[in-house]
Design a protein around this ligand. Structure first.
Ligand SMILES: [Zn+2]
Length: 164
């Protein structure tokens, strides 16, 4: 292999690494922006669609409950006044599995910072998103009509994920 080819390859490798680092930084900035948004949401007063009572959204208002389908969990917000449960999203074993894969690939990425690890993390995140979207469509029938038709009832941001 001649010298110029080696130099070119080394340069391309360095460029790929720099790109991966830039993308990781962009993701970090996005996550921080999301956290700020969540903090702001926490200060917002939520108005219960059932009793019209108002309360501040916080982690303690977020609840998980089982459904008629084995393994499928409903995540939602519980009104502290009347205990009305407002649905946010469904969680399935496939989503939990995909989340586990995100943890593992993220762990590898944070230590290696190479492109291969980066791609695996991105693939795991995409898999989780697909599993999430699929589950919401698949189990929508579990929601009572009154609840699914009131779109403004869901006070959690669409990206809300307490495990992320
Ligand atoms: Zn209420």
């Amino acid at each position: 292999m001649d010298n110029s080819k080696q130099v070119k390859e080394a340069f391309e490798q360095a460029q790929a690494e720099a790109k991966a680092v830039r993308e990781a930084k962009a993701i970090q900035q996005q996550n921080e922006a999301r956290q700020v948004e969540a903090a702001r949401n926490n200060k917002l007063e939520i108005k219960c669609s059932s009793c019209s009572g108002e309360y501040l959204l916080s982690k303690k208002n977020i609840a998980r409950r089982g459904t008629a389908v084995k393994g499928v969990i409903q995540i939602g917000v519980v009104c502290p006044h009347c205990e009305h449960f407002a649905h946010s999203y469904f969680e399935t074993p496939a989503m939990q599995k995909a989340q586990g894969q995100i943890y593992r690939t993220k762990f590898v990425w944070e230590r290696s910072r190479n492109e291969r690890a980066w791609k695996k993390l991105k693939a795991a995140q995409k898999k989780k998103q697909i599993a999430h979207d699929r589950a919401q469509a698949r189990f929508a029938y579990l929601l009572p009509d009154a609840e699914s038709s009131e779109e403004d009832e869901n006070p959690l941001p669409a990206t809300h994920n307490p495990e992320a």
